[in-house]
Design a protein around this ligand. Structure first.
Ligand SMILES: [Zn+2]
Length: 378
């Protein structure tokens, strides 16, 4: 049912002669001949919400009898901005559509403020809801629960326990993929070869497709879930474009491993080599792409500074931190070797192999004044 609300105070009536009848007529025109219920307060101040017709209207809205309220402008609802906002918020929350006849009202200073605030409040409400939802999901993830079925090959989603459980049929294929990748049998070479072999063996993908693509094989080889590290809260979709969150916000959910860490690490090394082959020219310095300034967070790049190479922030970005490339490389490499990370691998030959080996274990290095550094490993 459509409701019309009209109000006029004693002074207004005397001053403008803008009577209740004119208001109701304008509202009825907007209702285009549909049945309406009219609520009108005459000779009542707009300073208070204590008005008989208004109270009646709010009651009718409360019991769900009204779908739309038509009113000349927000000023008719109340003279007080706060009350206007309160009423519009209350009614909109109950799913009632609120229409104002007087479009010009939005051009007055009062109208401007009303619409601006109303917009701000609904933005705020939306942000609050999003935040609440995100918080709820983060909380769930922190308790170690898997939020939904992420369809990871090798696992089933146990929705009762909210956990990943091993799908043994698929897990055998995962092991096969890693084994083929590290020790290619005759005729099965690289990710494309593995994809072809799986396709011709008639093994379906997670989605039930008969054809395996090399990109799917690559994703499996790079997925840390197989070593028992499933990450949630990795992607942020709350602000328009989806973006990767910084790693400290990721939430690790331990899950049953399918692949041992050494096999996985060896595969990452091979993957990096294949990336290098396909990319042609990789990063130029040992630590390229790994460095960030510890005080301002700006990424640091290797570049020439006079005759010597330095790692520094982009000019004009960050706080201006600059460290010697040779010195930092040496210090980081020395740290890396003493950590025993290199034990399982053949000694790297040359800069390229050192760079790749480093990237298997190191996610990021935070650099401070004088070349101090903190390493974030995977
Ligand atoms: Zn900085």
């Amino acid at each position: 049912m459509i409701a019309i609300y009209a109000r006029v105070s004693t002074e207004e009536q005397a001053k403008h002669g803008f009577g209740i009848a004119a208001q109701i007529r304008a509202c009825k025109e907007m209702a285009k001949g549909e049945d309406v219920l009219v609520f009108s307060d005459e000779g009542v101040s707009g300073e208070t919400l204590n008005r008989p017709a208004l109270e009646e209207l709010r009651q009718e809205i409360g019991v769900g009898r009204i779908s739309t309220v038509i009113c000349l402008d927000p000023d008719r609802l109340s003279r007080k901005l706060l009350h206007q906002l309160l009423l519009t918020e209350e009614w909109e929350r109950l799913g009632v559509e609120l229409c104002f006849v007087n479009g010009d009202y939005s051009k007055t200073p009062e109208g401007n403020l009303f619409y601006a605030l109303r917009g701000a409040i609904s933005e705020f409400e939306k942000a609050k809801i999003t935040e609440r939802m995100c918080r709820g999901r983060r909380e769930k993830a922190r308790q170690g629960r898997v939020l939904r079925d992420f369809s990871i090959y090798g696992y089933d989603f146990d929705s009762d326990r909210e956990q990943l459980v091993i799908n043994h049929t698929e897990a055998r294929i995962v092991c096969q993929i890693f084994a083929w990748f590290l020790n290619p049998p005759p005729g099965i070479r690289g990710m494309a070869g593995i994809a072809r072999a799986l396709t011709s063996a008639g093994i379906p993908t997670k989605r039930g497709a008969p054809k395996w693509h090399r990109q799917v094989v690559r994703q499996i080889l790079a997925n840390r879930t197989y070593i028992g590290e499933f990450y949630q809260n990795k992607w942020d979709a709350s602000v328009g474009k989806v973006r990767l969150r910084p790693q400290e916000e990721w939430i690790l959910i331990p899950c049953p491993a399918i692949i041992d860490r050494l096999t996985f690490a060896r595969s990452q090394l091979l993957l990096a080599q294949s990336r290098r082959r396909s990319a042609g020219n990789g990063p130029r310095y040992l630590l390229s792409g790994l460095l960030r300034c510890s005080s301002c967070g700006a990424p640091m790049k290797g570049r020439l500074w006079g005759n010597s190479a330095v790692y520094s922030e982009e000019p004009g970005v960050g706080c201006g931190l600059r460290v010697s490339q040779a010195v930092l490389d040496e210090k980081v490499w020395a740290w890396f070797c003493t950590e025993g990370n290199t034990a399982h691998f053949p000694a790297p030959k040359g800069e390229l192999e050192r760079r790749e080996l480093l990237r298997i274990f190191v996610q990021e290095i935070l650099v401070g004044e004088g070349g101090q550094f903190v390493v974030k490993t995977f």
